[in-house]
Design a protein around this ligand. Structure first.
Ligand code: TMP
Length: 199
């Protein structure tokens, strides 16, 4: 089983790319399971509701711990039990580093400790779809903003910069320009997956 995770700020087109990828896997007979974070377990979906609820004020550390609580359920209930060839994740622990670490300002070492404690399996490929904050939000202009999306442009500038910083640390993390035609982006992603399949 290989994990492919998708990351990026709001409006980068993660959902479109995940849909194109799952269509590709279906048409080529490749087995996969798809999960979202936070969520995709019974407890995780309830935790997601709390995390995105605009009427709640949560401290940054509460936000971080809830992300990892949901993640721990996903790992133990779904990811570790998957017999599919690929597990596709709509966000994973890099989101906590980018959003709660670089965005909210929580010490990165504490986040890496939580990654250890929850024994997060390392992905084979992490795709960071990158776009500037203004373009990302323009794409989502019609949507109602949830609690995290309401954080403001400065926050998202930090999150974006954080993602680009994280990508420097590991070879399995790839930055893909998201300001391109969706089909062209999809083809780039297919090439990246072919590379990991040869490993
Ligand atoms: P989504 O909109 O991509 O489904 O993600 C839900 C929100 O949660 C999104 O604003 C990003 C945020 N998030 C974090 O802040 N930290 C995390 O660890 C994860 C997984 C998501």
């Amino acid at each position: 089983m290989k994990i492919i995770s998708f990351e990026g700020i709001e409006g980068v087109g993660k959902s479109t790319q995940i849909k194109l990828l799952t269509n590709h896997f279906q048409s080529t007979g490749i087995s996969y399971e798809q999960f979202r974070e936070p969520g995709s377990s019974d407890a995780g979906e309830k935790i997601r509701e709390i995390l995105l609820d605009k009427s709640l004020q949560l401290s940054s550390s509460t936000e971080l711990l809830l992300m990892f609580a949901a993640r721990s359920e996903l790992i133990n209930q779904k990811i570790n039990n998957s017999s599919a060839e690929f597990v596709i994740l709509d966000r994973y622990f890099h989101a906590s580093v980018a959003y709660q670490g670089y965005g909210r300002g929580i010490n990165l070492d504490s986040i890496y400790q939580l990654i250890k404690i929850t024994e997060c399996p390392t992905p084979s490929l992490t795709i960071i779809l990158d776009i500037d904050v203004e373009t990302g939000f323009k794409r989502k202009a019609a949507d109602t903003k949830d609690r995290i999306e309401s954080a403001g442009d400065d926050f998202f500038e930090k999150v974006r910069a954080g993602y680009l910083e994280i990508a420097k640390d590991h070879d399995y993390i790839k930055v893909v320009d998201a300001d391109d035609d969706p089909e062209a982006i999809h083809q780039k992603i297919i090439s990246l997956i072919e590379e990991i399949n040869h490993d």
